[in-house]
Design a protein around this ligand. Structure first.
Ligand code: UD1
Length: 416
């Protein structure tokens, strides 16, 4: 299993380009299931999760052509509506095939994702929404089996804000008979990116980016070409790495437009930030000030940036309070940070982080994607060497991580 060896202490300096957003790319790839014509996506990041989704689509009969960051999908020959456990268990976002499959082929068998390191994460809201649209759903042998000759528009209300739930239902509604209204919809920019692509494919959607999305179903969608938005979480992660190491970086091919909550906190921590149309420059002070955060659905502070902020608070001046409100078990990185010398106390969904003068390198274990990112940041700050084990989590969501960090002067290498 690959590990990442980090020699800490070097401030990150220089310029590096950000990739397309993983969390936008995954639903966009499944949108190809909604049409028999080719859908071309550009700015697709080279990540293991993308590979998993392409494999899943290919075994359903979707033709996949990939050249660099350009992927063309042709679901004209779609002949299998099953998403098997072997693929779904490695990536929960596989459930995004459910809505498009029922809507276009009238049937889907999708494995239940099961638990994951950061919590139970059920898909009951996806199921409830599709049932309200007339799908017959049975959960048997660990699979969701959905059937509908044609979905019909409905008024949908989700009990909590769910990102992939909103995306699944929005895609299904595109081919339903009549109007669907999704209330309490997720407002995440990735939902808007998906809606923009669906509209380019002929869908009639309004309200994406607000908490009420209206979809007027059409008989069919057609092919389109769409450029995937920049990855706001990758961007935020590199900003944190620069901030924590006292660095000075310019990130290109990205935008601060979707990062207000994160940029605001980095400024509170004492960073100097300059924004231009498609780049962000961050200059860090010699020592950051602690910043407290509370995660919540967009536009509030993203849960996917929580671990990175725990890492930067570990050596900031002062004490920070971190509240996680989205996932019930998302502090696994805390015990690993403590192994590096951090002072963190956990009480339920609250972590109190007292900033230390320094961290010391050690071997730590990555437990999920963003937890791993937090550990890498801590390793870049720590004195001496840090070995981050199980970095397959990082390969799921950070394109060319070692190369990008090395381009900014970090001393990192992959150990086989
Ligand atoms: C997406 C993101 C993930 C991010 C998360 C929250 C993708 C591919 N992944 O995950 O990176 O951390 O949003 O911003 O976009 N819930 C239910 N029942 C459901 C659906 C959700 O109880 O049917 C709960 C979840 O357990 C969780 C909360 O709702 O506690 C939010 O989850 P959700 O927004 O659905 O997360 P994902 O879409 O899986």
């Amino acid at each position: 299993m690959d590990k990442l060896l980090i020699a800490g202490g070097a401030p990150l300096k220089g310029e590096v380009a950000m990739s397309g957003a993983k969390n936008a790319a995954l639903p966009l790839l499944t949108a190809a299931l909604l049409t028999g014509e080719p859908l071309t996506l550009t700015n697709v990041p080279a990540l293991n999760d993308i590979g998993t989704m392409l494999k899943l689509l290919a075994q359903m009969g979707v033709k996949v052509e990939r050249a660099g960051d350009r992927v063309t999908l042709d679901a004209g020959g779609l002949d299998n509506s099953v998403a098997p456990y072997e693929l779904v268990k490695t990536m929960r976002a596989s459930v995004l095939v459910l809505g498009p499959l029922v809507a276009r082929s009238g049937e889907a068998r999708v494995s239940l994702p099961g638990g994951c390191a950061i919590g139970a994460r059920p898909v009951d809201q996806h199921i409830k929404g599709l049932q309200a649209m007339g799908a017959e759903i049975a959960v048997e042998h660990g699979y969701v089996h959905a059937k509908a000759s044609r979905l019909r528009g409905a008024r949908l209300f989700t009990d909590m804000v769910t990102v992939t739930g909103t995306e699944n239902l929005m895609m299904a509604a595109c081919l339903a008979d009549g109007e669907t209204v999704i209330e309490n919809a997720a407002r995440e920019p990735e939902v808007v990116d998906l809606a923009n692509c669906l509209v380019a494919m002929g869908a009639r959607i309004s309200g994406a980016g607000t908490d009420v999305i209206r979809i007027h179903g059409v008989a069919r969608l057609h092919g389109a070409e769409h450029r995937i938005m920049p990855d706001r979480i990758e961007t935020g992660t590199y900003l944190c790495a620069a901030a924590a190491t006292g660095g000075d970086v310019r990130l290109t091919g990205t935008s601060a437009a979707y990062l207000d909550a994160v940029i605001d906190k980095l400024m509170d921590a004492g960073c100097d930030i300059e924004l231009s149309r498609d780049a962000i420059r961050l200059k860090a002070p010699p020592r950051l000030a602690s910043v407290s955060i509370r995660t919540a659905p967009y536009p509030a502070f993203p849960t996917d940036m929580q671990a990175q902020f725990m890492a930067i608070n570990a050596t900031a001046a002062g004490t920070a309070v971190i509240r996680e409100t989205i996932f019930e078990n998302r502090f696994m990185h805390a015990v690993e940070l403590i192994r590096l010398g951090a002072d963190i106390k956990i009480d339920g969904n609250i972590a109190i982080v007292k900033g230390m003068d320094r961290l010391d390198g050690a071997t730590v274990m990555a437990t999920d994607l963003r937890a791993s990112a937090g550990l890498v940041i801590a390793g870049l700050v720590a004195q001496g060497e840090t070995l981050v084990d199980r970095i397959y989590h990082l390969d799921r969501g950070y394109e060319k991580l070692e190369q990008k960090l090395a381009a900014l002067g970090a001393r990192v290498s992959r150990v086989k």
